[in-house]
Design a protein around this ligand. Sequence first.
Ligand code: TEU
Length: 567
Amino acid sequence: PADAPWWTRAVVYQVYPRSFQDSDGDGIGDLGGVLQRLDHLADLGVDVVWLSPVYPSPQADNGYDISDYQDVDPLFGTLEQLDELVAGLHARGVKLVMDLVVNHTSDEHPWFVESRSSPDSPKRDWYWWRPPRAGLAPGDPGAEPTNWHGFFSGSTWELDEASGEYYLHLFDRRQPDLNWENPEVRQAVYAMMRWWLDRGVDGFRMDVINLISKDVGPDGELHDGPPLPGLPYGDATASVVCGPRIHEFLQEMHREVFTGRREQLLLVGETPGATVEDALLFTDPARGELDMVFQFEHVGLDFEGSKFHPRPLRMRDLKASFGRWQTGLADVGWNSLYWDNHDQPRAVSRFGDDSPRHRRDSATCLATLLHLHRGTPYVYQGEEIGMANFPFTDLAQFRDVESINHQVQAVAHGADPDEVFAALRRMSRDNARTPVQWDASPSAGFTTGTPWLEVNPDHAEWNAAAQRDDPASVLAHHRRLIALRHEDPVVALGSFTMLLPDHDQVYAFTRGLDGDTLLVVCNLGAEEQDLAGLLPETVGAEVVLGNLPEDDPAVLRPWEARVLRLP
Ligand code: TEU
């Protein structure tokens, strides 16, 4: 344990700068704003800040479409302010991890502009250019080189009229995929990464990093995927998720960029579709790839097929999923733990109960559950104060490219607009992107101008200022959970054992290290539970931390969470 990596004891906080704090009144958060809020982060006690993209970008996908990897967009500030942020965080003992988006660039990146300029361009092969399907002319229905459906709806191929060829974009058409088969692309990315590390940043959160290797057969061809039910497209998964050279690429990156500096850094990959087996390979320290990955299983249990077809979550599925990840990475590798990020609806609304009666208790209960697992917990801005989904009333309120593309395409394919709205209201990424609620003032202290996305009207009651000095608040509870991980080696390094796997409401597990055992029990529902009956060993155990004032030890109240030390 003494030689365990530093990040086993660490908690990471994600800043989505557009929605964190505005300092210049344009209604969009910026680096000046982050600099104003450093004390909030220090006070919470987090060890690392992951900063979502601030690079120059046309903002088609809020900065995940980058047109220059080595600068800061004027919308967010300057490179000097980024240096100030590194210094300001380091002065508080906090590291800064940058978002690394290298599966794709913006279509306005000079590399793509040059690549598009002519089939003879020396950069043509930096992206995925393909002629129309054999026998069809450019633009013909079905002429796309493969039948793949994109993450943001529609085909993954966009026709370039000038050359009559298509380019690949797994996300929006303004996010062309880089061709990692080309060694020049890889070297350009590695050089850029070294430049950031030399500037003092402490690692990378690597956007969809498991999509960078595409399955080109020996013939250099990309192949159709199996048809998707109800859509005129096929599933690209088998060709793009954890492709044949993914581990080779990551090991090469590791050698070229992290050699000699790995110990101090945090390398976390975002890996949609990765299985436990994939994650083992990514995070086995001996392989020299990544420290940990964000897996997507637990955020894929409350919908059918695609995220805009929601269905209720079954507790058993959640336990089975988390349980498998805990067991699968018990001896080798490491888990990232998250409920929320800028792509997911708010956890208290999704997994908890955001009604006035249960909001505080369910937010603190969920946090306890997450932070007591084995792995590195990630807190997404606003989660620490129990921010909830936005009460959308109209399709026109959505700003996110994924939501808008889905809306347009689903309706075009005959979906009922009311159903589309209901799904977006529940699942849209914009739920996570409303401005952070700092105080009860009209724009919640986020901006003096007009916020780019409406502030949640509940901010009058739910805000950081109201919670700062309240020991019963969601914020104070997060502070305690973070401190507990720092102090207690069982929380950081203990083994994990799931209890009551089939119970529909109580989520319980133990963590053990060197004969010391913590038992964690969470009531994920509104009915009281007979704790003494379910887990007799809890009777008489010391309460290390709870989310409600201590009362009858034999009973678990609605949304109550307790961390107990077994004798
Ligand atoms: O997300 C990738 C991803 O797989 C999903 O979370 C995606 O955002 C969507 O929810 C699928 O339904 C990453 C970034 O986190 C996201 O913000 C970007 O839009 C995306 O990559 C493209 O860069």
